[in-house]
Design a protein around this ligand. Structure first.
Ligand SMILES: Cc1cc2nc3c(=O)[nH]c(=O)nc-3n(C[C@H](O)[C@H](O)[C@H](O)COP(=O)(O)OP(=O)(O)OC[C@H]3O[C@@H](n4cnc5c(N)ncnc54)[C@H](O)[C@@H]3O)c2cc1C
Length: 489
């Protein structure tokens, strides 16, 4: 049964669109030979219902009164927000996103869905034990005192403050190659040493810096993307961090899902597309039902990491392909395990033995398990895995198992043993993030080339690779992007 749903604020040229869409559909294998695809018309199609895509869809539809279709591969919205709900007690634990930076406008977005928020507090009483997870040996690392670390972060903020508009909320003002600050292009460890900021390194690393792997070796501008201005403001009390007061962080995205209703196509991805200067034609398959929908939209917003796999069906031009292919990524995974051998008062943190006694600038190479951290729920511990560009979910799980066995055999837990299978209560593949390129590519004008893709062939790009990897910072980036997307509609 073919159905056509019209949701355009101004009518899309149907004579052009329908035959084109049908010709796309004709070649497709459907669930049933008699099932023709639905055809829907929208002002804006959005791919990816995580932080950047879900936010943009709400703003564009509800506040700018343009029709949207949001294509999301999972059966829920929220992307990297992973809230675990204890079935017995109903208590929640966020094992993905921990808290939201109070960037301007962020709390209003919660208020519109009547979600009450409170300041985020980490009330953990765990004692951090530094262990080399590769050998199981304790690392006698003594970090600087908390006050020394926070003072260093305040100084760090002073150093980086003049450069904020070059990287945030996106690369719109990224300097021409000859004007890039030298500090941007040196390894982050060297940058911290140059400015006498080594005391701040442990807190940068443990909060968000570890997402890039060996933080000391990463080019400073990309380390700044993984920590940066607002995190420094957050840690020095200049900016708040908040969370919903109940239900975990997923409550926001569940509320967005309710609001957007049938405008979200769940369990779906784009399997074929044509992008033109006057609109885009997307063939979308629901991977649960096999149902195919043709979306004809005047604009496309891509809100997923532009990895080779993610963009392979997006009808890329050679220039788009070669530009996006320059990115390399970390791959991140998080999960919960419930083996009762862990000590609930210990935060097991992975550092190389060379960190002892007080080297704040050495870290493990990726792929690595960053930590096992008590959640406060029964025996559940949160596991964080930082992978390299190619690390898969199976490899991340295998690495977690290996690190766990190493710690078990080395007597780091309350009971020792030879081997024990990790019991996973939850596992999430956050996938590619922290997109970065080489120093030579930055100097050759990569970010100017990247931003030339914005708006070309009716397509706009958001998400971490085009901005920074924090929820509310992406919302701010979207705020700047939305008027550009809607111009002329
Ligand atoms: C462990 C962890 C902890 C974090 N903690 C915080 C924190 O405390 N505070 C904070 O601000 N940020 C945090 N972040 C970072 C933050 O979550 C990300 O910056 C943010 O989610 C990125 O938003 P996005 O829209 O680019 O991608 P995502 O939120 O990942 O959304 C992408 C969406 O697209 C979907 N998708 C992917 N591929 C396709 C496809 N081909 N077709 C259709 N849909 C697709 C995905 O299922 C997902 O829903 C954390 C990240 C991780 C991994």
């Amino acid at each position: 049964m073919l159905s056509v749903s019209w949701k355009l604020s101004r009518q899309f040229p149907p004579l052009v669109a329908i035959p084109f869409a049908l010709s796309l559909g004709a070649a497709l294998p459907f669930a049933d030979a008699n099932d023709l695809p639905d055809i829907i018309y929208r002002d804006v199609a959005v791919i990816g219902g995580g932080a950047s895509g879900a936010y943009a869809a709400v703003r564009i539809r509800d506040d700018f009164h343009k029709s949207v279709a949001l294509i999301e591969k999972q059966n829920i919205l929220g992307g990297m927000v992973d809230t675990y709900v204890d079935q017995k007690t109903g208590k929640t634990f966020d094992y993905g996103v921990q808290s939201f930076l109070n960037v301007s406008g962020a709390t209003d977005f919660f208020a519109r869905f009547n979600i009450s928020i409170g300041s985020s507090s980490s009330s953990s009483s765990s004692v951090t034990e530094y262990i080399d997870f590769r050998t199981g040996s304790k690392v006698d690392f003594e970090p600087p005192s908390s006050s020394k670390q926070i003072s260093a972060i305040a100084k760090f903020l002073e150093v980086i403050e003049p450069w904020e508009s070059m990287l945030f909320p996106g690369y719109w003002n990224f300097p021409e190659p000859s004007d890039i600050p030298d500090d941007f292009l040196i390894p982050f460890g060297e940058f911290l040493t140059k400015h006498g900021l080594e005391d701040g390194a442990p807190i940068i690393y443990a909060s968000t810096g570890l997402g890039v792997g060996n933080m000391s070796e990463v080019t400073t501008m990309f380390a700044l993307q993984s920590f940066g201005w607002d995190m420094a403001r957050g840690l020095t009390g200049k900016m708040g961090l908040f969370t919903p007061t109940s239900g975990g962080n997923q409550v926001l995205y569940d509320a967005i899902a309710k609001d957007l209703g049938d405008d979200v196509l769940y369990s779906s991805t784009v399997i074929d597309s044509r992008r033109t200067d006057f609109g885009v034609f997307l063939t979308v398959r629901n991977h649960k039902t096999n149902k195919v929908t043709l979306i004809i939209a005047r604009r496309l917003l891509v809100a997923i990491e532009p990895t080779k796999d993610n963009v392979k069906t997006l009808d890329l031009s050679p220039v788009e392909s070669s530009t996006l292919a320059k990115f390399t990524y970390s791959n991140e995974f998080a999960g919960l395990v419930d083996n009762p051998v862990f000590n609930e008062s210990t935060y097991y943190f992975n550092l190389p033995s060379s960190a002892a006694p007080d080297n704040t600038l050495v870290y493990q190479e990726d792929p690595m398990v960053a930590s096992f951290q008590y959640t406060g729920l029964e025996n559940l511990f949160r596991v964080m895995v930082i992978g390299n560009t190619t690390t898969t979910a199976d490899e991340a799980k295998a690495l977690s198992q290996e690190s766990f066995n190493t710690l078990l055999k080395s007597g780091r837990f309350i009971t020792s043993g030879q081997e024990q299978e990790l019991s996973w209560a939850a596992f999430a593949t956050h996938g590619a993030m922290h997109a970065r390129v080489t120093v030579d590519q930055v100097k050759a004008g990569f970010f100017q080339d990247l931003y030339k893709l914005q708006g070309a062939r009716s397509t706009w790009w958001t998400g971490g690779a085009f901005s920074a990897n924090f929820q509310t910072q992406l919302w701010k980036f979207d705020e700047g992007l939305i008027p550009k997307i809607l111009k002329g509609l």
